[in-house]
Design a protein. Structure first.
Length: 270
């Protein structure tokens, strides 16, 4: 009996969203969204600007509450009161601005107010040695080699700054890691760096939610794909159910993309 209970628990997704909807008055921000996030897997949420990705993130991260549907965390229905509530339950969001202080060191940004301390209260101070060592070791576990944790985080490349944010979330106990367009402002090489860290986070047992508008970035790392268009779900697929070209067509509206291709071919004499 205990074995079957253990197996059923391991099969339970970290997150399950069924027919999630969000409204602002008469405006539909999100409707009919269903997907799941499993430990050790990457769920990609794709859509252009205005597709509903930001609303989706805010519901998961506790900024907003959903108006319809069910939202389950490890099998239990939830509705978070605040981002702190979501974070305390293991859902960490890394936004595009990364919430980092460019002039502060890498190790200070890694801890950001949660630094290890030594001494006896009320006479305590930051344990810099432990903080620096921990930051370096935790980033190394993700395959990130930071030469000097004293260097300002603003001197790092965009991909390296993303890696610090990802390692930080992993260290502080995230079960679900939401990455908001982490490759949108990066070149090809730095995007590849971030995609490698996404895979590494999943290998460490996290459920990763990768928000992006780029199917070429999503498809190589994704295990599941949710496509949004103007607040509506255009499909929720496992990787073996959809190709990269089909993802692109679904994002673009299929028929609209095909019509554009015909128009461009006619205009260029193709």
């Amino acid at each position: 009996m205990s074995e079957s209970i253990s197996e059923s628990r391991s099969e339970t997704p970290l997150l399950e969203l069924d027919n999630i909807g969000k409204y602002y008055g008469n405006i539909i921000a999100l409707t009919g969204v269903t997907t799941e996030v499993r430990a050790g897997e990457v769920t990609c949420v794709l859509g252009d600007n205005g597709a509903g990705k930001s609303t989706f993130i805010k519901i998961l991260a506790g900024v907003h509450q959903h108006d319809e549907g069910t939202f389950k965390l490890e099998g239990d229905e939830v509705s978070f009161d605040s981002p702190r509530d979501a974070l305390n339950r293991g859902i960490a969001a890394v936004y595009q601005d990364l919430a980092m202080v460019p002039l502060m060191s890498v190790w200070r940004n890694f801890f950001l107010g949660a630094e290890p301390r030594k001494g006896v209260w009320p006479l305590t101070w930051i344990d810099k040695g432990t903080a620096k060592r921990t930051a370096k070791e935790e980033m190394a576990k993700m395959g990130i080699d930071i030469r000097d944790t004293e260097q300002p985080v603003g001197t790092l490349s965009g991909g390296e700054r993303q890696s610090v944010a990802i390692a930080r979330a992993v260290y502080f106990g995230a079960k679900v890691l939401i990455l908001d367009e982490p490759t949108s402002a990066l070149g090809v090489k730095q995007s590849g760096v971030v995609l490698r860290y996404i895979v590494e986070a999943a290998k460490r047992g996290l459920g990763v939610i990768f928000i992006t508008h780029n199917p070429a970035h999503a498809y190589p790392v994704g295990d599941r794909f949710l496509i949004l268009n103007r607040g509506h779900s255009m499909g929720n697929f496992a990787k073996d159910e959809v190709s990269q070209s089909e993802l692109t067509q679904l994002m673009a509206g299929g028929a609209e993309l095909e019509q554009l291709q015909h128009e461009l071919a006619a205009a260029t004499g193709g």
